[in-house]
Design a protein around this ligand. Structure first.
Ligand code: ADP
Ligand code: AMP
Length: 216
């Protein structure tokens, strides 16, 4: 699989495994991964202006305003030919802005991959998610636990739970997903670049399904 010209969006509910799959593909094929959630969390950690603006929305499981996010993506994709977007776009306004940005350069999206996982499974996955605050590695205490109890395999740092991975916030994130993000499914389906992948199964199995789509 050549990485040239892959401009991929990962769409799907929170906890579908978008970040996990985007990281694997990014490493395997050398395609830049752009995760708006990761960028925002780092900004919150560093206490930057962006972080200060975003924090209250993230803690409540609400979306950060479109103008902030669109500005962020504009910066990130500058001069980048191939990329994987994880967690963006999440609203119709973001999707339209992305289309405009890419069509100005004559380099439209190549694939929108919808990773589908049922709600019950999502709550189970997200309450068991642990992340490394140092290197960003993502684990799951049920499905892919670290080798040593709650310690990062990669860098040895104690793992933490994301502050928005609490059941009440997860329920709100699912509601926001249904209202604001799920409509993008039809938007991209009409453009003929939409592919649905079953997100249930082992991480490696889901990866193989996605690679199958990308090979065509
Ligand atoms: P998203 O980026 O879509 O929010 P993540 O990639 O962070 O989702 O995955 C959510 C949680 O589910 C993490 O704890 C991750 O380790 C776990 N996970 C990812 N893919 C799978 C899978 N195929 N089966 C079981 N758990 C998974
Ligand atoms: P994620 O890591 O993708 O689950 O995102 C975590 C949180 O960051 C979301 O619940 C939102 O508050 C915020 N966020 C991430 N990406 C976006 C986006 N594209 N639009 C608006 N808010 C976002």
């Amino acid at each position: 699989m050549e990485n040239n010209g892959y401009r991929i969006v990962f769409l799907g509910p929170p906890g579908a495994g978008k970040g996990t799959q985007a990281s694997l593909l990014s490493e395997k094929y050398g395609i830049k991964k752009i995760s708006t959630g990761d960028i925002l969390r780092e900004a919150v950690r560093k206490g930057t202006e962006l972080g200060k603006k975003a924090k209250k929305y993230m803690d409540a499981g609400e979306l950060v305003p479109d103008d902030i996010i669109i500005g962020l993506i504009e910066e990130q994709i500058q001069g980048v030919d191939s990329f994987i977007l994880d967690g963006f776009p999440r609203t119709m306004k973001q999707a339209e802005a992305l289309d405009r940005l890419l069509s100005e350069r004559g380099k439209p999206l190549s694939h929108v991959i919808f990773v589908n996982v049922p709600d019950e499974e999502i709550v189970k996955r997200l309450t068991a998610r642990r992340v490394c605050p140092n290197c960003g590695a993502v684990y799951n205490m049920i499905y892919n636990p670290p080798k040593r109890d709650e310690i990062c395999d990669v860098c040895g740092t104690p793992l933490v739970q994301r502050s928005d991975d609490r059941e009440d916030v997860i329920r709100n994130r699912l509601k926001v997903y249904r209202e604001s993000t799920a409509p993008l499914i039809d938007y991209y389906r009409e453009k003929g670049i939409f592919y649905e992948v079953n997100g249930v199964g082992k991480v490696e199995e889901v990866l193989r399904r996605i690679e199958g789509v990308l090979r065509g």
